[in-house]
Design a protein around this ligand. Structure first.
Ligand code: ARG
Length: 459
């Protein structure tokens, strides 16, 4: 296919160089944005009399026809074109003749590609936000259902203090809420229109950038044309939002993998979200969670590819920037896929409350509460802490728990102990007394649930 840019050169591009240079295999997915952008551009050119209004109308109708034909599969994208912008312009000229050649007045592929990618990301972010919202709702609904299910809370993956499964899940809801907030914030900076920056310097034509931007639904225009075509911060921000979200999904995945193991047995995943083994008939593997954890590295890779590609680039456009699309597309696709399996996986998982409770009964996770009991009886905390440490050691020695150690034994450590200690160290007491904001008591968790649901209304 002859190049539209054969202005100066005469010799044909080397075959391998042509394939190397071409981006149509991945940027063809921008055809809708490219055509919509071109329609707005033609309209602006006509409205400002830069081209005849009748020509603008012909261009818009021609572009509309291409859009229709591509939508209906009547037209195929020509893979021998260099990129999607060239394909659309070439097809338009094939259909309209010389009028088609007027479309590229007062613009360049440099501002065009930046526009297309921003339009694409605006839609992708809206989609991702809807999916984050759905997952947050699923997590919050589960948390509400299990706001009374006592489990061991962990630090260093050692049983630490009793919490509820609802409380634990709401920690993920908070992370997801921050993710949503970050994507929305990123969307504000994506929502800036670069078209009209042209190659880099602006244009001598009397264009109306604001009107063109508004007609495409943008909130603002880029204020410096060199920046407008060089800026890929919005891609990096998007990739960093994706990376953080994936990091959260990956931590959640790791817990799902642990919880569904025989060693924990806190949850059982639905058959719809597990796989078997080709050799071990007893296996039910948490592949979806493992894949989400694995794909996190790939999204980080997309972020680092972009950060690295940009770091040494002189202003303004450089062909290196063509690399932005594969990273952005891959991260967007990966994040959407992960969210699509995560939400129903969480929704359908079976929570084994009894197993959580028996795990909570072992491991002396009420030792802090025992120390707090002594503090309330007037013992300084550090002294109480040391006494309780010795009591735990004695229990381990004699095969007892804090609940089953007789009062006479407790008295050997401190006279401050009385019969009421047993009430104080009951697991449900330990949970229900943690009424501090953000704590694990049912009332605190209910407040967290209400907080998240309130915030979700604006996501
Ligand atoms: N395919 C190119 C890209 O994705 C479009 C912009 C080309 N601009 C240029 N001056 N060669 O970045």
């Amino acid at each position: 296919m002859a190049k539209l840019w054969t202005g100066r050169s005469e010799g044909a591009l080397d075959h391998n160089a042509d394939a190397f240079n071409s981006s149509i295999k991945f940027d063809s997915r921008l055809w809708r944005q490219d055509i919509r952008g071109s329609m707005a551009h033609a309209a602006m050119l006509g409205a400002k009399n830069i081209i005849a209004p009748a020509d603008a109308e012909a261009l818009i109708a021609g572009l509309g026809g291409i859009y229709e034909d591509l939508s209906q599969g009547k037209l195929q994208i020509d893979p021998s074109c260099e990129d999607i912008h060239m394909f659309v312009e070439q097809e338009l000229t094939a259909r309209l003749g010389d009028v088609g050649k007027k479309l590229h007045t007062a613009r360049s592929r440099n501002d065009q590609v930046a526009l297309d990618l921003r339009m694409y990301l605006k839609d992708e972010i809206a989609l991702i936000l809807r999916k984050i919202r759905a997952l947050t709702e699923a997590v919050t609904d589960k948390a509400e259902k299990y706001a009374g299910a006592v489990m061991p809370g962990y630090t260093h993956l050692q049983r630490a203090q009793p919490v509820t499964f609802g409380h634990h899940l709401m920690a993920y809801a908070m992370m997801l809420l921050r993710d949503a907030d970050r994507f929305s914030d990123c969307a504000r900076r994506v929502n800036v229109c670069p078209i009209g920056c042209c190659a880099l310097a602006g244009t001598t034509y009397d264009t109306d950038r604001l009107a063109e931007a508004e007609s495409l639904g943008f909130a603002d225009i880029s204020q410096n044309s060199i920046d407008g075509v060089s800026d890929r911060d919005f891609c990096i921000e998007f990739l960093s939002c994706c990376s953080l979200l994936m990091m959260h999904l990956s931590r959640f995945s790791e817990e799902i993998v642990l919880w569904s193991s025989w060693e924990f047995k806190f949850i059982e995943l639905s058959d719809a979200f597990t796989t078997g083994s080709s050799i071990m008939p007893q296996k039910k593997n948490p592949d979806m969670a493992e894949l989400a954890r694995g794909k996190t590295g790939r999204v980080y890779g997309d972020l680092f590819a972009m950060l690295t590609a940009l770091k040494g680039l002189p202003l303004a456009y450089n062909k290196d920037m063509q690399e932005d699309k594969e990273s952005v597309f891959d991260a967007a696709d990966t994040v959407k896929m992960c969210l699509d399996v995560f939400t129903p996986m969480v929704d359908t998982m079976n929570v084994l409350e009894d197993n959580m409770l028996s795990a909570a009964r072992n491991g002396f996770i009420n030792a802090t509460d025992l120390a707090d009991y002594l503090v309330k009886k007037g013992v300084p905390f550090r002294t109480a802490y040391q006494l309780c440490g010795k009591i735990v050691a004695a229990c381990i020695e004699s095969g007892k728990t804090l609940e089953t150690l007789p009062l006479s034994e407790y008295k050997k450590f401190s006279n401050a102990f009385g019969q009421d200690l047993y009430d104080e160290i009951r697991l449900d007491t330990c949970v229900e007394k943690r009424i501090s904001e953000g704590g694990t008591s049912r009332s605190s968790v209910e407040k967290q649930i209400a907080y998240v649901r309130g915030k979700l209304r604006n996501v």
